[in-house]
Design a binder for this molecule. Structure first.
Ligand SMILES: [Fe+2]
Length: 409
């Protein structure tokens, strides 16, 4: 195991009242978690420290070491529990995988409009199928149970390719089994789409090969940045500016070209918006259009942002382009106060977020939706209940859609 390293992120803006220290603590051979040691002031309000059980979750408003131009003075908040970054530890295990068709109990409803972006994918990536129903973010904590479950409510699963590219041994074998059972989607962590440092071409090509090896149905990334001279181990907000739209759109296009397939970018949670020139929705819409990419629609992120930044979640949802929705995320969050929610993925989904998911289906049609659970991970049986709830909401909305259109009697 590597030694822990300490990184000081330098606050530079006036509103960043206190220095914050971030200690990067490798906790396993291949997983690095970030522990935020001290709380700092955010633009919203100062927060007292609260350590989430599994790891992170302290707010720190900091500015990463100076970068250039517009992405520069972003006051970044470390709120999202850190995900892993791969370390080469094992021999890569070759895997020829042919995912089987999804199960019969799968809700038939799929993306409301045929996903035009999927047409850009090589046929081998689609396996003659598109995503449908409910998915689960795969964690090693329940991987063995996941592949052994005979009545799995999940129709697809998601992994971060960086965590698996160099994985071998038993976990690699279990991943192969999971991929034989249902479609895989990949959700990247470290492409650094909003950053200033050159794109990591080597990483992108490794991801491309991984996507091919597992016939991943699609690939998504965060609309954020996570590196400068080195990795910052967090997902930091891109300023909502014209310059940043051009910058990140160009990088998405470059990454798509290298991958040979489209990327779906996820609407991010954020806790401050430095240098903001436009509303979040305008920024997101402009990037989707200019980069001509897909949207990974995270309902919990919309909910969290709508509380933290005081906007109308439904209004935001209505403005999103249906045709770009590749799939969705839903997750639980932490309630720091009535006006500050933290996107932790560490608890069950709350009712208002379920309600918002249903609204999203009513507006955009039912789309495949994946449950994220990264901390305080319960037994798989408990997650299955949340997957079943996704399926039930999809079923309800599908029936309403059929009644409304007179399809299916
Ligand atoms: Fe998400």
């Amino acid at each position: 195991m590597a030694k822990a390293s300490a990184v000081m992120l330098k606050p530079t803006r006036a509103h960043v009242a206190k220095a914050s220290a971030v200690v990067l603590t490798p906790t396993k051979a291949h997983v690095v978690k970030v522990h935020v040691v001290k709380a700092a002031a955010v633009m919203l309000k100062p927060m007292k420290a609260h350590a989430a059980k599994a790891s992170v979750v302290k707010a720190a408003a900091v500015t990463p070491s100076p970068t250039k131009a517009h992405v520069v003075k972003a006051a970044a908040v470390t709120l999202k529990p850190m995900k892993a970054h791969a370390v080469k530890v094992h021999v890569v295990k070759a895997a020829a995988v042919t995912p089987s068709p999804t199960k019969a109990h799968v809700v038939k409803a799929s993306v409301a409009e045929p996903n035009s972006l999927n047409k850009m994918l090589p046929v081998s990536h689609l396996n003659g199928d598109t995503l449908r129903g409910a998915g689960l973010g795969l964690r090693r904590a329940f991987l063995r149970d996941f592949v052994a479950t005979s009545d799995n409510a999940a129709n697809f699963f998601e992994i971060a390719p960086e965590n698996w590219i160099h994985m071998g041994g038993k976990f690699s074998g279990l991943l192969d089994q999971a991929a034989e059972q249902m479609p895989m989607v990949c959700h990247g962590l470290s492409l650094n789409l909003g950053g200033q440092a050159p794109l990591d071409t080597e990483l992108i090509l490794e991801i491309r090969d991984f996507l091919h090896r597992y016939h991943a149905v699609c690939y998504s990334e965060h609309l954020s940045y996570c590196a400068d001279d080195g990795h910052l181990y967090d997902l930091l907000p891109i300023p909502f500016t014209e310059q940043a739209i051009n910058h990140v759109s160009d990088r998405i296009k470059q990454a798509q070209d290298l991958l040979g397939q489209p990327i779906a970018v996820e609407n991010a949670s954020y806790y401050c918006a430095p240098g903001q020139q436009m509303p979040e929705i305008d920024f997101l819409l402009a990037v989707l259009e200019q980069a001509d990419c897909g949207l990974l629609l995270d309902i919990n992120n919309i909910y969290v942002n709508s509380i933290n930044h005081q906007y109308d979640a439904l209004d935001f949802l209505r403005q999103l382009p249906t045709k770009r929705i590749t799939y969705g995320h839903i997750a639980g969050h932490y309630r720091e106060s009535a006006t500050l929610l933290v996107d932790t993925h560490g608890s069950n989904v709350i009712d208002p977020v379920w309600d918002l998911l249903h609204e999203a289906y009513a507006i955009h049609g039912v789309y495949p939706t994946l449950l994220e659970r990264d901390f305080n991970i319960p037994a798989l049986s408990e997650l299955q209940l949340e997957l079943q709830r996704i399926l039930a909401i999809q079923q309800t909305q599908s029936e309403r859609d059929k009644l409304a259109t007179g399809v299916g009697g």
